[in-house]
Design a protein around this ligand. Structure first.
Ligand code: P6P
Length: 339
């Protein structure tokens, strides 16, 4: 079997041959990948590792923290703070930003992450994952602060996730397509297994938490109602539903075979635009989806064009197969609904 290309070699060639990524960004991505490998080992221990269950604390989102949420957050902080490539980090698990301590060299990148997305699935052995996004410090910045993170998603220089499932798989973009690296546990390194993923423009599969149907806005009810009507309905074809309740796993399926994922605004919390976080869930996933030929909107505009005003702000998410996302977005525009 031909020897596969390692993540390290892929990144070195992106840096040296294509000149597509600077050395410091290559370093950052290698460190994040090593941190994900470490998290994977912790996750895979399950009950054998005494890391299951609740940590008995809440995060800034008011969600109960799992022990592995905290472990994953600490692994990412400790792996990245000394390398000299970062100015600061932001995490779903921390209220404020984490500025690289003075004892370490400061870099020009900002790393944002959800260290362990889908953690409600940890105790039932369902796939979970780490989501990350990389921004550059603004050129005119003097010292790093939270406002330096408040850049729209189109300014990302790298984005990806690592899904801890039957395989541990790192999915990455630096702006030239989406590529897949699978953890080879014998070598202990990520190797390139798929290049240039493409999401089919059409699909017969939708992902949404159906139990919230009575709370949705009319355009979402219209779209899902048409899917449920199947071939007898206006769409003239039957649809299938999948909902893993782990964004990383649901988005991974869509990158692999198409589909549409929706976590829309609903009237339970009318002042919140949605459940999912813009900076370290929706933005990285939206860039990956667009880089694979899909689309991602909040019902009204490209998610990558949403201008953040707060680090942990939320957003309504509709992403996946382009023709389906455009249909849902059109229904929103026809209804004139704000999301
Ligand atoms: P619900 C996980 O908690 C998460 O943030 C996403 O990974 C996932 O898509 C969503 O929430 C699941 O939400 O309401 O179905 O539990």
């Amino acid at each position: 079997m031909s020897s596969r290309i390692s993540l390290t070699r892929y990144l070195v060639e992106k840096q040296r041959v294509d000149g597509h990524i600077p050395g410091q960004l290559r370093l950052l991505l290698e460190v994040v990948a090593r941190a994900c490998k470490r998290i994977s080992f912790e996750v895979n221990k399950g009950d054998l590792g005494h890391v299951m269950g609740s940590a008995g604390s809440q995060n800034v989102q008011g969600e109960v923290q799992k022990k592995l949420d905290i472990i994953a957050n600490e692994v990412l902080i400790e792996a990245n703070e000394w390398g000299g490539h970062l100015a600061a980090m932001a995490s779903e698990e921390m209220e404020g930003i984490y500025v690289v301590p003075n004892r370490y060299p400061q870099g020009e990148y900002l790393l944002l992450f959800d260290p362990l997305d889908g953690s409600s699935n940890i105790d039932v052995n369902v796939s979970i994952g780490t989501i990350f996004s990389v921004l550059k410090m603004p050129d005119d910045a003097s010292g790093v602060s939270e406002k330096d993170f408040l850049q729209s998603g189109r300014h990302q220089v790298a984005a990806g996730y690592c899904v801890y499932g039957p395989q541990t798989t790192l999915v990455l973009t630096v702006g030239d397509g989406v590529h897949v690296f699978t953890l080879d546990r014998e070598q202990g390194s990520f190797v390139l297994t798929q290049e240039n993923l493409r999401i089919p423009e059409d699909t017969k599969e939708f992902a949404i938490n159906m139990s919230n149907m009575r709370h949705w806005d009319s355009p979402v009810r219209r779209y899902i109602g048409e899917c449920l009507a199947g071939k007898e309905g206006p769409r003239g074809k039957d649809f299938n539903m999948r909902w893993i309740a782990s964004m990383v796993a649901d988005v991974h399926r869509i990158l692999m075979r198409g589909g549409v994922f929706m976590y829309p605004w609903d009237k339970r919390e009318p002042n919140k635009p949605g459940k999912l976080r813009l900076m370290y869930e929706a933005n990285p996933m939206s860039w990956l989806v667009e880089q694979a030929g899909g689309a991602a909107t909040n019902g009204r505009q490209r998610i990558l064009e949403v201008q953040p005003t707060q680090l942990h702000e939320r957003v309504s998410v509709i992403l996946g197969s382009r023709n389906e996302v455009e249909r849902v977005t059109q229904y929103h525009l026809e209804a004139g609904s704000a999301t």
